[in-house]
Ligand binder design. Structure first.
Ligand code: AMP
Ligand code: MN
Ligand code: MN
Ligand code: MN
Length: 287
């Protein structure tokens, strides 16, 4: 089975919780044979300028993107924005607000850890996220470096997941507002990793229907490290909801050997690709 794709529309850099700088992500994508790449850092466009320069030099078609967190029916969802105007003032203002909320949230999580006898995490996170969008991953890495856990996964499992001692719920913007924002800045809205929310099939159906009704465009049918069965499940749900399809590895860095840039199954022909009428992209994919 071919698990290589020349198009990868979801990955992260040091602008959020990835471990490679934006230019390094682009260079690695080129090495892997990717020709069309979207850099989609969590709630930030700060890495896109550097990525664009690197992409230009390496003849990669870079799509300006971001992965926006949002809330729907009390659940947290991730929406990948593709083809956005990264200089738009309204977008930058919205992202600045999310940044403040994220900072307050991590501060409160650090306070909870301190109460449990793990001091110093607020400072550690501040140091780590000075130039990037702060995420729980930064806190997990701080716990790892302080020797409080042996793996990042353990940090999430023991402290940082819902129901665990350091968990603090985030106040994400509503799904509808996020989709509206993406469209207002010229982008397309893609529901990320549909099978990663731990939803039953019925809930996912409701979610995708609501996503389409708020104006959402596509679903990430093919994700990194997914088997054919999961692709088929996501495909069925996407077609049923009348949405287009997208592909994205969700690469965060070389430390996770299971996820690699461009290591993706092909998007099934039954679904319309979200890049269908993007002529530049089609051109890059066919020659
Ligand atoms: P945040 O957006 O601050 O809530 O952080 C979420 C980020 O943490 C995600 O983008 C993932 O990269 C990472 N993450 C969430 N859950 C886990 C987990 N169980 N193991 C490893 N990383 C995780
Ligand atoms: Mn992440
Ligand atoms: Mn995500
Ligand atoms: Mn992601």
């Amino acid at each position: 089975m071919d698990v290589f794709s020349p198009i990868d529309l979801h990955c992260h850099s040091t602008a959020s919780d990835g471990t490679l700088a934006p230019a390094e992500v682009v260079a690695r994508a080129a090495e892997k044979g990717v020709r069309v790449l979207a850099l989609t850092d969590h709630d930030t466009v700060a890495g896109l300028g550097e990525a664009e320069n690197a992409a230009h030099a390496l003849n990669i078609h870079l799509i300006p993107g971001a992965e926006l967190s949002c809330a729907w029916e009390g659940r947290d969802l991730h929406v990948v924005a593709l083809g956005i105007d990264r200089a738009d003032a309204m977008l930058l203002a919205a992202l600045a607000e999310i940044r403040s909320m994220r900072e307050r949230r991590l501060q409160r999580m650090a306070e909870k850890l301190e109460k449990r006898g793990i001091p110093g995490m607020a400072e550690a996170v501040q140091g780590r996220s000075a130039i990037s969008m702060p995420t729980r991953t930064h806190l997990a890495r701080a716990l790892l470096d302080a020797g409080r856990v042996r793996t990042l996964q353990e940090a999430f499992d023991r402290y940082l997941q819902p129901g665990k001692p350091a968990w603090v719920k985030a106040e994400w913007p509503e799904m509808e507002a996020v989709v509206r924002l993406i469209h207002a800045v010229g982008g397309r809205a893609v529901l990320a990793h549909p099978l990663a929310y731990g939803m039953t099939g019925a809930w996912l159906r409701r979610t995708l229907t609501a996503f389409r009704e708020t104006g959402g465009d596509a679903v990430e049918v093919v994700c990194g490290n997914t088997d054919r069965q999961r692709v088929d499940t996501a495909l069925g749900q996407t077609l049923r909801a009348g949405l287009q399809g997208s592909v994205g590895s969700d690469f965060h860095g070389p430390a996770n050997p299971w996820i690699e840039l461009g290591r993706l199954r092909p998007l099934p022909a039954a679904v319309t690709p979200v890049w269908k009428n993007w002529n530049d992209v089609e051109k890059r994919l066919t020659n």
